[in-house]
Ligand binder design. Sequence first.
Ligand code: ADP
Ligand code: MG
Length: 352
Amino acid sequence: NIRAERAPIRQLDDAAINRIAAGEVVERPASAVKELVENAIDAGARRIVVEIADGGKTLIRVADDGCGIAPEDLPLALSRHATSKIDGSDLLDIHTFGFRGEALPSLGAVGRLTIASRAEGGEAAEIAVSGGVMAAVKPCARETGTTVTLRDLFFATPARLKFLRTDRAEAQAVGEIVRRLAMAEPAVGFTLRDVSGGGEGRVTFRADPVTGDLFDALRGRLGQVMGREFTENAVAVDATREGIRLTGFAGLPTYSRGSAVAQHLFVNGRPVKDRMLLGALRGAYQDFLSRDRHPAVALFVDCDPRAVDVNVHPAKSEVRFREAGIVRGLIVSGLRHALAEAGHRASTTVAG
Ligand code: ADP
Ligand code: MG
């Protein structure tokens, strides 16, 4: 019995620590895609191209035209707890998706990762890490931006590999993540391509020419992602309470579904699945829908980052609001108002 013998206390090496962290951050190919696309958005990318093969198991590549990484920073990008996004002085004031500096070292510990990048006006360089072992930085040729290539995810942790589902199921999960992130970023163009020929082949969400109107851009993007049927059967929502803003589109009661599949909620641009928010949504529609019907919505709550804790878990999509009651009230009254107004318009149109 190994427990009976007292073993000396040892400090784990970085590779082991990163593999353990990877177990939390990276559950499946879709979670790797999420981390890489969020990094691209954080880098200010206008175009993001995601390629996968075999459901992302053998290949995930995310290319962006964002700010890039300087050659001397490449080893740091792969180091644990190294980030350009916060300085650690205020963990409540977070304006980016990332801030932990965990994703790239984790991915590099459980797969074969290459980062090729060029910062504006700088030299292009690349670095590779495989199973936690980092190679030297070397020059390469490319335009401004970053391409991260992740091959053979979980080759270094075969137990994880066994838990992955079929290529088709994993590809579908990747598609879902890309769609959800694309919904909140109408000004960014997204392409998702399955280079192994399976899945959906290729999906592109074009960034509409900016008219300057948030709702036009959002309507265009949501129409591409959720279908025109949704945007044609939804009302725009725009309500503010005590500095917290609710925007988006709420499906008409007549366009409801038998399940909650089409409920997309975002807090400060992050897709969330939060019980309080879903409860508020149910409350808002309760006078308009029977209990077995579910509305289709894409709603965005934006507030001071200090008013919401996104720090709950790296991969989980729960959030904690400081003023949950205000957020709840905002959703219930904002949606009811928008729906009642739409109902009023519809009835006056019929009457007139
Ligand atoms: P985090 O996003 O929490 O900072 P990551 O491990 O995801 O941690 O990334 C580490 C760092 O690498 C980031 O802080 C950023 O400086 C840099 N980086 C990662 N991806 C990109 C990218 N696509 N474009 C520019 N910089 C990037
Ligand atoms: Mg990150």
